[in-house]
Design a protein around this ligand. Structure first.
Ligand SMILES: [Fe+2]
Length: 125
């Protein structure tokens, strides 16, 4: 499966392209530093400025959190979980780090494929 990677939408010309890229991109929200052995919340949110539909034939079906090439967690959704309305779908993963993290989020749209976030580094002390 092709991996679509996030592009800074300020660099894009057309409104349609900005909407398309933004609503399919997972964004990672977490602390820049964490303590070894303590619980860390990593929130993944789809889109910043645009919402993705939740239609029966077009919805975000999977959201995943990776540390480099290691899968940390995955959540799966059914169509209609967001009331069939456009939404910035989100999930919180709670992990307990033992070393520095290189976090990447991936998400799957049932119509537009696999999408990957920028890397987010977390220093673990
Ligand atoms: Fe889509």
């Amino acid at each position: 499966m092709k991996i679509n990677k996030y592009v800074d939408i300020e660099t894009l010309g057309s409104e349609a392209k900005k909407d398309y890229i933004d609503r399919h991109s997972p964004f990672i929200h977490t602390a820049a530093t964490a303590k070894k052995g303590e619980k860390l919340e990593v929130k993944v949110v789809m889109g910043k400025e645009y919402k993705h539909p939740d239609d029966f034939d077009h919805y975000i079906s999977t959201m995943e959190l990776w540390d480099g090439e290691t899968l940390l967690g995955r959540t799966e959704y059914a169509a209609g979980s967001q009331s069939n309305a456009p939404v910035n779908q989100e999930v919180s993963f709670f992990i307990v780090p033992s070393k520095n993290l290189k976090l990447i989020a991936q998400a799957v749209c049932t119509k537009h494929g696999l999408w990957q976030s920028d890397e987010v580094l977390v220093e673990v002390q």
